[in-house]
Design a protein around this ligand. Structure first.
Ligand SMILES: Nc1ncnc2c1ncn2[C@@H]1O[C@H](COP(=O)(O)OP(=O)(O)OP(=O)(O)O)[C@@H](O)[C@H]1O
Ligand SMILES: [Mg+2]
Length: 151
């Protein structure tokens, strides 16, 4: 029988991804699963030629984003997790889809719950680019969540 012990929920702090967490909490309550919330701070600032920002400054900016993201994740969890589901919070730096797939492998995740769209999404695209890559490349099952308004 399919029983997801570990559920990975990538979050970009968009409304859609918060709704994905809400749905994952329902599943976790039913299957007694733990949830890993993951936010990825993009590191592509490095590859953009911004001549006045040096490496130390980039590192400082990224560390600030990591701290801010951890705080944000904690607040979302406190607000939404009323059933006492076990949730661990992680922030990685890099390319979002790549880090999501690394986390899938390293944590031995059974299910990824990810929203169809995120922060930058355009209505005409069926999936955002992160979700599309995760669906194509993950080795575990993936649940793609939607807002009712998408129908
Ligand atoms: N930086 C990130 N960290 C963690 N999860 C992310 C991140 N970016 C996206 N996701 C996950 O992927 C979902 C879909 O976002 P995605 O980036 O695919 O679409 P989008 O932002 O609407 O469009 P775009 O392809 O232009 O970025 C988000 O709701 C979130 O669950
Ligand atoms: Mg995006």
């Amino acid at each position: 029988m399919f029983k997801p012990d570990k559920i990975l929920v990538p979050i970009d702090f968009s409304e859609c991804s918060t709704l994905a967490f809400e749905q994952a909490l329902v599943l976790a309550g039913q299957f007694d699963s733990s949830i890993r919330l993951l936010h990825v701070v993009r590191d592509d600032m490095r590859s953009k030629p911004i001549f006045f920002v040096d490496e130390d400054k980039i590192r400082e900016l990224m560390n600030q984003q990591v701290d801010g993201a951890l705080e944000h994740l904690g607040k979302i969890n406190d607000r939404m997790n009323k059933q006492g589901v076990q949730v661990t919070m992680n922030v990685r730096t890099g390319s979002p889809y790549d880090e999501i797939l690394k986390e899938e492998k390293s944590a031995g995740v059974d299910l990824i719950v990810i929203a169809s769209r995120g922060r930058n999404g355009l209505q005409e695209f069926f999936y955002g680019s992160t979700t599309e890559k995760v669906v194509r490349r993950a080795t575990c099952s993936v649940l793609v969540t939607r807002k009712i308004i998408d129908r």
